[in-house]
Design a protein around this ligand. Structure first.
Ligand SMILES: Cc1cc2nc3c(=O)[nH]c(=O)nc-3n(C[C@H](O)[C@H](O)[C@H](O)COP(=O)(O)O)c2cc1C
Length: 244
């Protein structure tokens, strides 16, 4: 085996490490409240950025940049964009849900000690769109992978992250001087928190529930029946998690 490979069997994590990975996945939350004012240590932020930077990316394109925003005035400008966007979104929400929508806390832009924008530079493939010729949007998906790495690593470090998507993209680009060919993929509120909710906020407030996983599994073709054994196992796992 070449020196720069790990044998698959020794690559298997021990049980404690596996548990830690799943713990990060299952206890990660989108956080908009309970931010503490404490500044986030650069050492910690650096580790989270390293995690993001090790995400998979199409053609190893690594299309991301990370804009760290600490300045409160700039964040207030972004919060104004959020407030305007929320007003614009409201009429498109089903009428019977509008009162609940208005009550939901959907951002922590100014309460969190810092904001982070993860961008996608769509020109970074140097005219060699490996993996993107048929599906050019793969660079955007790669950037989302970086966001998820950041989010999971943050959870493991006890750092809260909340994604704010209710913002007009072009207006945000202007506020942050983002060039034309760069897309702001994720606007994140980041910081230490006093607590992580056990369940998603939107679930706790009656907006939605986690869908039954077994009903989302298909066999061979879209909508294909089958995989009853797998579905049963999945249902058992989900029941175990709900009971826990
Ligand atoms: C792409 C994306 C955009 C999101 N935008 C918002 C947002 O604008 N405001 C908000 O409060 N939550 C936002 N969220 C968080 C979701 O509401 C949250 O992930 C979902 O309710 C499940 O909760 P959990 O992340 O705590 O498990 C976003 C999540 C994703 C993945």
């Amino acid at each position: 085996m070449p020196a720069d490979h790990t044998h698959a069997s020794s690559g298997c994590f021990d049980t404690a490490a596996q548990d830690a990975v799943y713990r990060a996945i299952f206890t990660r939350r989108d956080v908009r409240s309970h931010f503490l004012p404490d500044p986030l240590d650069d050492e910690v932020l650096a580790r989270l950025l390293m995690a993001a930077h090790h995400a998979p990316s199409v053609g190893f394109m690594q299309p991301w940049n990370f804009i760290v925003i600490r300045d409160l005035q700039r964040r207030q400008k972004v919060r104004d964009l959020f407030l305007a966007a929320r007003q614009q979104e409201l009429p498109h929400i089903a009428e019977e849900r509008q009162a609940l929508y208005r009550k939901l806390k959907l951002e922590g832009i100014c309460e969190s000690p810092l904001n982070l924008v993860v961008t996608c530079d769509r020109s970074r493939s140097q005219n060699s769109p490996l993996g993107r010729w048929h599906n050019p949007e793969m660079d955007l998906y790669s950037t989302v992978c970086a966001v998820q790495n950041f989010w999971l690593a943050a959870r493991a470090e006890g750092v809260g992250v909340g994604w704010v998507s209710i913002i007009d993209r072009e207006a945000l680009k202007q506020v942050l001087a983002i060039p034309e060919h760069v897309v702001p993929v994720a606007y994140l509120c980041v910081g230490r928190v006093s607590e992580f909710a056990l369940r998603p906020d939107l679930e706790r407030h009656g907006w939605g529930n986690r869908l039954p996983l077994a009903e989302l599994v298909m066999s061979e073709i879209f909508g294909g029946d089958g995989e009853s054994g797998l579905k049963e196992t999945v249902t058992g796992l989900c029941a175990g998690r709900t009971a826990a």
